[in-house]
Design a protein around this ligand. Structure first.
Ligand code: DOR
Length: 444
């Protein structure tokens, strides 16, 4: 049979639901058409992937791209440029922009601004507040919406719903899985005096492990009470991992590369406020506890929590310095380095970055390499050693906490719906990002 494809990816090692093996992938109209040996087929473009691993496109389910309102830090174009340079094919973006993404107008504006301007596919979270509870059922069903996000402890921006009564009202009206920033606001307020001026090592003392655990426990209780599903973002403590293993029916959770890679106090001594994040990076025993959650399958997804601030903003003296670091571009290389060091398998990396997001959020036609699915691929050279530098970072913020870190395992290609967007460190196709589609809202 002489089949004809738009593109054939030739002889890559495909990492897939049926294991790992050398295969060709034929693409037609942005979708995967055939997987196997396509020696007799022809295509407008044949791309040699020998020696490279082809992974399902990495979906980063937590990024902050700052548009509208804070575009001196980042915007949808620069943030998504950073994503594809790092091998990421899809992002879920957070609602703490200015204005906050809490109304239909603000949400629609984001989708309009991102479409065919962002370099990867995208979805936006809508922020849950006391004021918009009644609109949430409608808002969470909008095309391009990843669901509702609630901050139950305050971080960057004004989004905050700290009390159980208001949270309960939100839980009662929503239908989809909602995502939460889980730090207990009351405890954070009580402990503010523990911050030491000029010393970011006091950040995890102020925002301690109990604040994170208390918030996660409250959310799980509300989820059981109301019969809803929750996703706990950026787990930072070993106690939350131990707690959540008993509640996998209602709760999924995310780990971030920084909580898996850095540890206090070393990161604060070396990086100062650049390591300042909410929830904080904690001591090495918490890092090990989160790794345990990865190896045991308790952690469902990896998200970067890409939260850019300018170096000037970050150079303010703690605690005036804002919390957040870039991460969308370094997620793949930092985690592949962990794969090479034997801390997780490549199959588990794929599970956490594509199959995991697809399962939690019911993404349509993404998250695996299968005929009929979108041709989204993260193509990596597992043997390539590179040094991560600020210079490489495409984010407008222009820095990474991993500057100078030598890693083995590097993203060399990003395909979004059949288009080669990044290849060997160059952006090769103009922006074409579109909203991710979800099974629950195919027909809003
Ligand atoms: O450190 C953080 N920064 N944590 C968050 O949850 C928000 C983020 C930001 O938007 O800057």
């Amino acid at each position: 049979m002489n089949q004809r494809f738009d593109t054939i990816l030739k002889s890559g090692t495909v990492v897939n639901q049926d294991g790992e093996g050398v295969r060709d992938i034929g693409i037609v109209s942005g979708r995967i058409a055939e997987i196997g040996s396509l020696a007799n087929a022809s295509a407008a473009a044949v791309i040699d992937c020998k020696g490279l691993h082809i992974l399902p496109g990495v979906i980063d389910t937590q990024v902050h791209f700052r548009e509208p309102g804070l575009t001196h830090k980042e915007d949808l174009e620069t943030g998504s440029r950073s994503a594809v340079m790092g091998g990421v094919t899809g992002v879920f973006e957070m609602p703490n922009t200015a204005p906050l993404t809490v109304t239909e107008a603000a949400f629609t504006d984001k989708v309009r601004s991102g479409t065919h301007r962002m370099h990867c596919d995208f979805a936006f979270f809508v922020g849950g507040t006391r004021e918009n509870v009644q609109e949430l059922p409608e808002l969470e069903r909008a095309a391009g919406c990843a669901g509702v996000k609630v901050f139950i402890g305050s971080s960057t921006g004004a989004l905050l719903v700290e009390d159980d009564a208001s949270l309960r009202r939100i839980f009662q009206v929503i239908r989809r899985r909602a995502a939460f920033h889980a730090e207990d606001e009351y405890r954070l307020n009580d402990r503010k005096s523990l911050r030491i001026e000029g010393d970011p090592r006091s950040h995890p003392v102020w925002r301690d492990e109990t604040a994170a655990l208390m918030a996660t426990q409250r959310l799980v209780a509300l989820a059981h009470e109301t019969g809803k599903r929750i996703h706990v973002l950026h787990i930072s403590t070993k106690e939350e991992i131990e707690f959540l293993r008993g509640h996998k029916d209602v709760a999924s959770c995310e780990a971030t590369p920084h909580h898996l890679t850095m540890a206090a106090p070393e990161c604060y001594e070396r990086l100062g406020t650049l390591a300042q994040m909410n929830p904080p990076v904690r001591s090495a025993d918490h890092r090990e506890g989160i790794w345990y959650g990865v190896t045991q399958g308790i952690v469902d997804v990896l998200g970067s929590d890409h939260a850019p601030h300018t170096l000037e903003e970050k150079s303010k003296s703690y605690p005036a310095s804002p919390s957040g670091m870039t991460g969308v571009q370094t997620l793949v290389p930092v985690m592949l380095d962990h794969v090479n060091a034997g801390r997780l398998s490549l199959a588990r990396f794929v599970d956490l970055t594509s199959a995991g997001p697809a399962r939690l959020y019911n993404i349509a036609c993404k998250g695996r390499i299968a005929a009929g699915y979108d041709a989204d691929f993260t193509i990596v050279d597992l043997k390539r050693s590179e040094t991560i530098t600020n210079n490489w970072i495409a984010s407008r913020a222009g820095w990474t906490p991993y500057d100078g870190m030598r890693v083995t395992g590097w993203p060399v290609g990003t395909f979004v719906r059949g288009k080669r967007v990044m290849w060997q460190g160059e952006l090769v196709t103009p922006s074409q990002g579109e909203p991710v589609r979800f099974l629950e809202t195919l027909k809003p």
